[in-house]
Ligand binder design. Structure first.
Ligand SMILES: [Mg+2]
Length: 451
């Protein structure tokens, strides 16, 4: 779940991975050059350019396109014929046009284009880029449409699918709840009000028992004449409400606003959880997530927690400067990420040169050897700074978490073992398995008293 959400925040990278191809049809060479360059830079998509209906036809016959961006009047097609051609090939189309009037708007709606952009000077390029990015990133969002009337439902599905969303359908409130139970990745629900088994108000209320508006947006739709309905829906936890009949463009704008809100919330949450320097989770996020993971741990399932610290880190900063110190922190963090990823262990930077690991389904023996593997890998790393080779070592304290003991106490025990590892020579892993050795080596009785 976390991985999926995180992936969205690097939306440009995600889009690049998808190998999107955009067909740009425009007869002005200057506009073509500018748009192509900006779109390739900012969305990572391949942009194929054409300057006429004839050349566009050749491209459409030979290549597949994620979407098309087209001017309306071309030298060999002065009356917007290009939109018909793109429609024939089923390519989702964004039109940009010099003039905007109500008649043109209706004509575009009929041709089922995704969106249109009015050329109004300076903002045009930015608007085009925002629209293209939005359409491409919509693919990462799933919308569930709930309506008992088949035609109303398919109308909604069509509008949303055209916007490149992943769309699921339910014909009743009960089915909607079943889908929500089975699919944890639904971002937005559009629900009708009047449905035989459960009305949209009740469905909204039921969804909100488990999912907040920060996780899932709900938009109510109804053809009712009851003007109080929108307020009831919003009070039950819906984020928006639309009376039928609606203009498709209005629905699209409201959905876009809700998805945008969701993206911003996710982005803020991502940043709030992150350690800026290393990109690992931060201290607050570590305590929050491990608390949840410990609570979700089933009886008989084990877990372990480790604290690790870079040995003599201050010397690196003092000798080579803080920039070198930062690079060492980053290098250690990257190594932890790489080693932890396959087993879905959780790594965080607690602060300074101190890191923590939460090891899922890992008992004391497995945890000790896992930490030993990390210790060895870090020891083998060499970083070059100003022609100096820097190598670092780490010390680790690790314990299997004891059920019935508070997580803080478990963490404390790991911390005390780390302290022993440090005082007994560094570059070593201490766990409850090595405790006798640690105790024997501990010179000060103050250390021994810790246990
Ligand atoms: Mg209905």
């Amino acid at each position: 779940m976390a991985g999926r959400k995180d992936a969205r925040h690097v939306s440009v990278a995600t889009i690049k991975d998808d190998h999107n191809r955009i067909l740009l049809i425009e007869d002005s060479p200057a506009m073509t050059m500018l748009l192509r360059q900006r779109m390739e830079e900012e969305t990572g998509a391949d942009v194929v350019c054409c300057d006429s209906l004839a050349s566009a036809r050749v491209c459409l016959q030979t290549q597949q396109f994620t979407l098309a961006l087209t001017g309306l009047n071309l030298p060999d097609a002065p009356r917007g014929e290009i939109v018909g051609l793109l429609g024939d090939f089923g390519v989702p189309t964004i039109v940009f046009t010099a003039i905007f009037d109500p008649e043109a708007r209706e004509r575009y709606a009929e041709k089922k284009i995704i969106d249109y952009i009015v050329k109004d000077g300076k903002r045009t390029i930015e608007t085009v880029l925002q629209t293209v990015s939005r359409i491409l990133s919509n693919r990462a969002f799933t919308i569930l449409v709930v309506d008992d009337a088949r035609s109303a439902r398919s109308g909604l599905v069509e509008i949303l699918a055209r916007q490149n969303f992943r769309v699921l359908e339910a014909h009743s409130g009960k089915q909607a709840l079943e889908i929500l139970e089975a699919e944890e990745i639904i971002d937005l629900v559009v629900t009708d009000y009047h449905m035989p088994d459960m009305d949209g108000y009740e469905l909204t209320r039921r969804i909100r028992e488990t999912r907040s508006s920060e996780e899932m947006r709900i938009v109510g739709v109804s053809s009712s004449n009851d003007r109080w309905l929108s307020a009831s829906f919003l009070k039950a936890g819906a984020c928006d409400f639309i009376y039928r009949p609606f203009v498709p463009e209005e629905l699209q704008c409201r959905i876009d606003n809700n998805i945008e809100t969701l993206k911003q919330i996710q982005r803020l949450r991502y940043l709030a959880d992150r350690d800026y320097l290393t990109g690992l989770s931060n201290r607050r996020c570590f305590f929050e997530k491990t608390k949840q993971m410990e609570e979700a741990r089933l009886p008989g399932q084990c877990s372990s927690v480790a604290i690790l610290d870079i040995d003599h880190f201050k010397r690196i900063n003092d000798t080579y400067g803080h920039e070198a110190g930062d690079r060492v922190l980053k290098m250690v963090a990257d190594t932890l990420t790489e080693i932890c990823a396959p087993a879905k262990h959780f790594a965080a930077r607690l602060g300074g040169e101190e890191f923590a690991l939460y090891l899922r389904n890992t008992d004391a023996f497995q945890a000790h050897s896992f930490c030993e593997l990390i210790r060895q890998q870090i020891e083998e790393l060499v970083m070059e700074v100003n022609k100096h080779e820097i190598a670092v070592t780490i010390s680790i304290g690790v314990v299997e978490t004891e059920t019935g003991e508070s997580f803080d106490n478990n963490l404390n025990a790991a911390d005390q073992l780390l302290y022993l590892a440090k005082s007994n020579g560094r570059n070593r892993v201490y766990s409850t398995l090595t405790l006798p050795e640690a105790m024997a080596a501990a010179k000060s009785s103050a250390v021994a008293e810790l246990f």
